[in-house]
Design a protein around this ligand. Sequence first.
Ligand SMILES: [Cu+2]
Length: 175
Amino acid sequence: MLKKNLSVGLFALFILGCITSPLLDHEDAQAQGIDARTEEEKKDCPMLFEKQGLCASLEWVNKPTAGEQVNPGIFLLRFWQKAAGNAQGPYTKPTENISIRLYMPEHGHGVKNPKGMSPLTINEEKDANNVTVEGVYRVTSVYFSMSGNWDIEVYLKNEKKETVGEFKVSVHVED
Ligand SMILES: [Cu+2]
């Protein structure tokens, strides 16, 4: 009886493996940070959060050099619905919380600022009248501790702080 169950189980696994393998490959690629989309698709949607149907763009206001603590980096993150907007808007506020990690894959380390705190602050962008600009975020205190290739990892997290979406942008930081 046990043997029979086992073989049925293996068979089911095999079938499942066949049916879902393109999806798994795709998710594996995403998990490894490989963006398999065409250049055209990336142009329309530089950062894709597939489950949420959201796109985002990252625009430097001030790109820092390595170790810059006097004048740290600033960038804007803009989110829009893939099906209903583009890089020019209309922008949409994600329902999830946004968190960002700076990570240097070559060396396997992140950043802590000199005070040992998270190096970033993320705030909703305000217009000239101090009114919140929906779906646009100003990320400040962007500090890279050394020159080289870094990933800016943008996460969408649910209320349980579980990651439900992520996308990483590679950036080269000069000395
Ligand atoms: Cu490093």
